[in-house]
Write a protein that binds this ligand. Structure first.
Ligand SMILES: *Cc1c(COP(=O)(O)O)cnc(C)c1O
Length: 458
């Protein structure tokens, strides 16, 4: 059959990429124009053999590929790809199922329900909550906040889906001072306005202060939307969710959302669970599967306590869609989409309850190891309490940007720069199933070598 040769070639190419991950330079800067030139940028008049297309494409991409799913990529929060999740993701494309409507793929609709129930159980969230399989944390935040917008305005007798926001009794929005940019983006897209979100002061780890939230709410009348966070991107800090839930639940018309893109997975570890105490009291939760659960991009989960609010905000209505029951598209902003629940199911099946907890605990232990080893370098100051998988540090008496640049060019590992309390800092995130203690030691050595080299040069 026509597919076999090219799929076998894809498996070979994927295999050699994956085998290269542990030792290839992680991500060295390249010239964008040179990469475009390698892609034969003139639109071809005639077609080509699929195997030849693959071979040329991969050869052209090679210098610009970054080993983000390798064991020593510590930038942003990227996760990795578990073998079972990756292979299942290939099948998602091969099966080409569209879960928008249950009749298009009863199999995928069933997988969504099973995987959703597993996620809720693992994270300790209410079993009756709805789970929309969206593209990532950004759209999870958007979908949850759309449900919030619906519910808060319906409570005021306003039908926002029909009438929009002009003239509406718009809720007051409060976010932590360290809110993730994507939650703000969601507020923008939903018409709340980025600038109108009031910022609640945070403590030294970036956690929203419940006393400051209570103080901010004293003057506020009408409906309120509060966006809390589990997992600050620099420090990994989790907002004090129980105390925040106390403040929010003392009000009548209020919705508490938790952006837990990576941090929410800590709830799957019995040892870390106390950090997230009270998380189940929120009204909605955004979490990524493509970060700490280590499924391939793109997969996030929009979880809403009251499924009716999610359906009201997000379902598509069209005469030909009225097929009875709830279609998966009722819980996401998209209509057609990938069967992205399949890799989630496969990852959870491959890991099991204990495997997820172990993955979380292992990444946290490796972050602790990195912090301890970094702290032995006299020029390094670790800035955060390493409660999860993030390490934030400052380099003293050397140009931080130059150190980060040196590390990235060296290619042993990849760390990114950030700003913390107005000063440059470096962040290191451990979220990959394949990272070992040896990878951490090697990477810390690369960082301390870079500090020494930059100090000598400066
Ligand atoms: C990564 C992240 C997001 C955005 O997730 P995407 O999957 O990149 O859309 C949102 N919030 C937090 C806290 C994150 O770490």
């Amino acid at each position: 059959m026509g597919h076999d040769d090219v799929l076998h070639r894809a498996a070979e190419l994927a295999g050699s990429w994956l085998r290269s991950l542990p030792e290839r330079p992680v991500g060295v800067p390249v010239e964008p124009q040179a990469l475009r030139d390698r892609l034969d940028p003139t639109l071809p008049d005639d077609g080509a053999d699929p195997v030849a297309v693959l071979d040329r494409l991969v050869a052209a991409l090679e210098p610009g590929l970054v080993a983000t799913s390798g064991p020593r990529y510590f930038g942003f929060v990227t996760g990795g790809t578990l073998p079972a999740a990756l292979a299942t993701d290939w099948l998602v494309s091969a099966f080409d199922q569209n879960p928008a409507v249950a009749v298009l793929s009863p199999a995928v609709a069933a997988v969504e329900q099973v995987a959703a129930a597993w996620v809720l159980e693992l994270l300790g969230l209410p079993a009756g909550a709805s789970v929309g399989f969206v593209t990532g944390g950004q759209m999870a935040n958007f979908s949850c906040l759309a449900a919030a917008r619906h519910a808060l305005l319906a409570g005021e007798g306003w039908d926002v889906e029909a009438d929009g926001l002009a003239g509406a009794p718009v809720p007051t929005v409060l976010v932590g001072d360290h809110v993730h940019a994507t939650a703000v983006q969601a507020l923008r897209l939903l018409g709340f306005g980025a600038r109108r979100a009031r910022r609640v002061p945070a403590d030294d780890q970036g956690r929203m202060r419940p006393d400051a939230l209570a103080a901010a709410l004293v003057e506020v009348e009408g409906p309120v939307l509060v966006c809390a966070q589990a997992g600050e991107v620099n420090t990994g800090a989790v907002d004090p969710l129980d105390a925040i839930a106390d403040v929010v639940s003392a009000r009548e018309r209020a919705w508490l959302h938790v952006d837990g893109a990576f941090g929410l997975w800590a709830a799957a570890s019995p040892g870390r669970r106390p950090l997230l105490a009270g998380v189940e009291r929120a009204d909605s939760w955004a979490v990524d599967a493509h970060k700490w659960l280590n499924v391939p991009y793109d997969c996030g989960l929009a979880i809403v306590r009251d499924p009716a609010a999610a359906v009201a905000a997000l379902s598509v209505t069209a005469s030909y869609l009225a097929v009875g029951g709830r279609d998966p598209s009722a819980l996401t902003p998209e209509s057609s989409r990938r069967a992205r629940a399949l890799p989630v199911y496969a990852a959870l099946r491959a890991l099991g309850r204990h495997g997820v907890a172990e993955l979380v605990d292992r990444c946290c232990a490796l972050a602790r190891q990195a912090a301890d080893e970094l702290a032995r370098c006299p020029q390094v100051r670790v800035l955060n309490d390493v409660v999860l998988n993030q390490v934030l540090f400052r380099v003293e008496d050397a140009d931080t940007a130059a150190v980060v640049d040196h590390v990235q060019r060296d290619g042993t590992c990849w760390v990114g720069g950030t700003t913390w309390h107005g000063r440059p800092a470096v962040r290191l995130s451990v979220s990959n199933w394949s990272t070992t203690p040896g990878d951490i030691s090697r990477s810390v050595a690369a960082v301390t070598d870079a500090i020494a080299a930059v100090s000598r040069a400066g």
